[in-house]
Structures are given as structure tokens and as C-alpha cells.
Write a protein that binds this ligand. Sequence first.
Ligand code: OFO
Length: 174
Amino acid sequence: MKERVEKALNDQIKKEGQSSQFYLAMASWAESNGLSGTSGFMYKQSEEERFHMLKLVKFINERGGIAIIPGFETPPTEFESVLNVFELLLSHEIVITESINDLVEVCLNEKDYTTHNFIQWYLSEQLEEEALARTILDKVKLIGEDKAGLYLFDRDLENSTIQITPANTVSPGA
Ligand code: OFO
């Protein structure tokens, strides 16, 4: 595996792991604030990011490279609100999408078409995650300061009745 590709993949391992920790912090904050739907959603997101990290670790090792298992910075323990949590989720996912795009560029420059192919899965994953974050954020914005609305939103998240739709809207039943 070319050095530049290996380095870019290792950088991505760190980013996926940091995402997992960040979402875990959000899950924990939501849990301690009685928001079980939001917390369940964030625990799941955190698990997914950990899976993304592991997938990269295994890919690098399978191709004869050396995966570097990173240490992580401590994420925040406090968040302003549910709105703040989902704003952070979306902005973080946008940054990760840019990073995956950079990774694609490195693969093309280095003519590493196998890794390029592998990274396509991350591209579509990012597309879905950004769409989901936008969908949820739109809904949280609609709620505003309405406490009853927040209760129903959190309950819907818990029951997984909020789903991504291509038109960036919330599913019926939510
Ligand atoms: Fe790893 O999928 Fe988003 O960040």
C-alpha cells in the first residue's frame, strides 16, 4: 500500500473514532437529561462510527499496511440543547464528508483503485448520514421552545419513526 494512502486511511481511522466518542458524549448527555430517544439514537450513531473505524483498521491490515490505533481527546460533557446536539451532528458529518472526499482524491492521485473502490461505501454512508441529520435538525427547529413538541420528538426518535427521505422531510407517523 502506498505511504500516502496508508497515512490518509490512518487519519480517517482517527476521525471515525473521534466521531464515535463525540456521539457517545452526546448520548450520555441526553441520557442524563431524560431524553431517552435522543440518547438511544446517539448511542447507535456512536456504535456505527466505531464500526466505520474498525472497517478501516481491518482494510489497512489486510492490504499489508499498519493500522494505527489512536488515542482520543475527551469530548464535551455538556451541550446547550437538543438543537445544539443535532446542529453539531450535522456540521460534524459535513466535515467528515469533506475528509472522505479528500481520501478519494488521494486514491486517484496515487492510482490506488482498490482503496478507491473500498472508499465508495463511506461516500454513500456519508450521504445517508448527512440526509438523516438534516431531516432531524429540520424537525427540531420546527419544535422551537415547545416542551410538548420536544417530548413527542424524543419519543418518535425512540420508536424510530423518524426516517430519512430523499426529499429531506420527515416520514409520516413522526
Ligand atoms: Fe463514519 O460515518 Fe459519518 O461520520
